[in-house]
Unconditional design. Structure first.
Ligand SMILES: CC(=O)SCCNC(=O)CCNC(=O)[C@H](O)C(C)(C)COP(=O)(O)OP(=O)(O)OC[C@H]1O[C@@H](n2cnc3c(N)ncnc32)[C@H](O)[C@@H]1OP(=O)(O)O
Ligand SMILES: CC(C)C(=O)C(=O)O
Length: 550
């Protein structure tokens, strides 16, 4: 690890371009430009087929993208045919503009115009590299010669836009901007703007890509503010950013750039794109959403978006991909589960409609996820709160706090022993096996109550395989049965806790009862019972608690 081999390769702007840093939130969504079908596609092991691109295009339209870079038409027949298919078959909605990318090379620009001829609304995006490294190593040209590649390209784009039929607007990128001296990049961009002569009615886009991310995000934001202040015809230019993610801060680059004056963001779903990817459109949009800002993109069906994306790109949505990954709402750990379960309950009963649930930045339901499958998941790190929540949500059992605690440890240890996550049915199975309607070694086979002075019970009890008939009395039914059990089994115990609630709604609803009993040796055992008859459910809980001693 020879760190001396490296030095920062970026060029900060002078002091005085960080007024953006006083802002603490983004007030509105940027103009979104999806580059999934171009930058995303060029980064795939196998680029998408025409049909796959069509399906992805439809998905992007459904999500709400109004500007979609559909490809690099000069790159391949598929790319070219895709653009022609969209145009020739009127597949572009009226409010959607397609965008195509071309290098500043004559034959590539010409081929690009052939591809977009007749487009109802298209952005021609032309670029050339301006960085110090590319000037020296790739092009071996002076700054002015490199600038001439851009201006020659701009002249040709402008000329062809008048020769070809279609409604065209323009975008220029000083590619490898982040490795370019800002003053020089500004000079090139202004030279292009002067040629393209945008107006406020027909603005052009200047895209300042972090082609390779080289600095901390605030350095990039300062660069954007510098351009915001010094670009020619600012009222006729839309500043776009196109952050990559080499340093892992693509989202921060985009967000700070928006504070600094960027109006458009070029991005890809799930941060797909060259190397570590482009900035993730889902994270950016959902970050706005979670602050109460309309993102102007609709991610209400995230599972469908993940499915289409994975199928057509052959990429995988990472489990921790913000807002979209399979595990991003999942809480395995006890204290998180406890807070989430309490937070959810608080929200259910609160008048405050704003989402403030601990640990979960947005309501999973808003993006098509479910609480049951996605939020509280059980393993050996889980706690009583989460385990109780799972039982309550899925099976309606609202366990008393102490019983939940005991069940919590039992469930955790099953998960720990087997070294696996427990599914909801498996948690339920542990609960049933441990507490519910247990009939061994003691089982009540027959019971009749009569009200005399207090309550008398005539009970048949099967205990250790033998049936015992018994008459007992008590101050209530449960007390009478307790006394019968004590006399048949010769044990002594005291009823400590009893509660019940109805389990299902409707006339045939079942009751669930919970009982704990204290034993002379200082121990406590718990049992649960269910039955359509509330008394029987209590007796079942009592018998279960008794049986749990043995
Ligand atoms: C950061 C980005 O994402 S930029 C977009 C990158 N995307 C792609 O490249 C995908 C599509 N590209 C392709 O299919 C091909 O590269 C094509 C069709 C564009 C060009 O193909 P080719 O001409 O066969 O090859 P190649 O890309 O290697 O061309 C290199 C030449 O173009 C020049 N060049 C590269 N970029 C540019 C540019 N923006 N403007 C002008 N010239 C350029 C190089 O200096 C080199 O010149 P040389 O022939 O004098 O050495
Ligand atoms: C062509 C440009 C915008 C690009 O993709 C990049 O610089 O990353």
């Amino acid at each position: 690890m020879n760190y001396q081999k490296y030095a920062p390769g970026y060029y900060p702007v002078p002091q005085g371009y960080s007024s953006w840093a006083t802002k603490d939130h983004i007030e509105k969504a940027p103009q979104w430009c999806s580059v999934d079908l171009r930058d995303g596609n060029q980064a795939l092991v196998v680029p998408m087929s025409l049909d796959e691109k069509l399906e992805f295009f439809k998905l992007l339209v459904k999500i709400g993208f109004k500007q979609i870079e559909v490809g690099f038409p000069a790159a391949s027949d598929t790319e070219y045919e895709f653009v022609r298919t969209l145009i020739d078959n009127n597949m572009i909605p009226d409010d959607v503009t397609i965008q195509v990318l071309t290098q500043c090379r004559d034959h590539i620009i010409r081929k690009t115009f052939e591809a977009i001829e007749g487009a109802p609304s298209a952005v021609v995006h032309f670029y050339n590299s301006t960085s110090v490294a590319q000037r020296q190593q790739v092009f071996r040209k002076s700054p002015e010669e490199i600038c001439k590649i851009a201006t020659d390209g701009a002249e040709l784009v402008k000329k062809l836009s008048q020769e070809f039929d279609g409604n065209f607007r323009f975008e220029y990128s000083p590619e490898s901007f982040t490795g370019t001296e800002p003053e020089y990049a500004l000079h090139v961009c202004n030279a292009v703007i002067d040629i393209m002569e945008p107006t406020p009615e027909r603005p052009m886009i200047i895209n300042l890509p972090s082609t390779v991310q080289m600095s901390m995000p605030h350095v990039y934001a300062n660069q954007i503010e510098f351009f915001h202040n010094h670009l020619h015809k600012r009222d006729s230019v839309c500043i776009s950013v196109h952050p990559h993610n080499d340093r892992g801060t693509g989202v921060a680059d985009a967000e700070l750039a928006m504070l600094a004056g960027a109006q458009q963001v070029e991005c890809c779903l799930f941060g797909n794109g060259e190397r570590t990817g482009n900035v993730d459109s889902i994270t950016l949009a959902m970050n706005l959403y979670s602050h109460g800002v309309d993102p102007k993109l609709n991610f209400s069906n995230m599972p469908e978006i993940c499915e289409v994306y994975e199928r057509v790109t052959r990429m995988r949505v990472h489990e921790r991909s913000p807002y979209a990954g399979a595990l991003v709402f999942a809480a395995f750990s006890g204290s998180h589960q406890d807070a989430i379960a309490k937070g959810m309950d608080w929200h259910k009963h609160s008048d405050d409609s704003r989402w403030t649930c601990p640990y979960i930045p947005v309501d999973p339901v808003d993006i098509g996820r479910t609480y049951d499958a996605d939020v509280i998941r059980i393993n050996s790190q889980s706690g009583k709160g989460g385990i109780g929540f799972v039982l309550a949500q899925n099976y309606g059992f609202d366990l008393p706090a102490k019983m939940r605690e005991e069940l919590g440890y039992t469930v955790k240890s099953v998960s720990d022993r087997n070294h696996k996550e427990l599914s909801t049915p498996e948690v339920y199975e542990v609960f049933c096996n441990t507490y519910l309607n247990k009939q061994d070694p003691l089982h009540i086979t027959e019971i009749h109550f009569t009200r005399v002075d207090g309550l008398a019970a005539n009970v048949d009890i099967e205990y250790n395989g033998k049936i015992h008939g018994c008459n007992s009395v008590g101050n209530g039914r449960l007390d009478a049965v307790t006394n019968a059990i004590k006399s048949v089994t010769g044990t002594d115990f005291a009823l400590d806790y009893y509660s019940e609630h109805s389990l299902d709604s409707g006339s045939t609803s079942r009751a669930a009862s919970y009982i704990s009993i204290n034993w002379p040796d200082g121990t406590t055992t718990w049992g649960a019972g269910t039955d359509t008859d509330i008394i029987q459910s209590g007796i079942n809980a009592l018998v279960s608690a008794f049986n749990n001693k043995f």
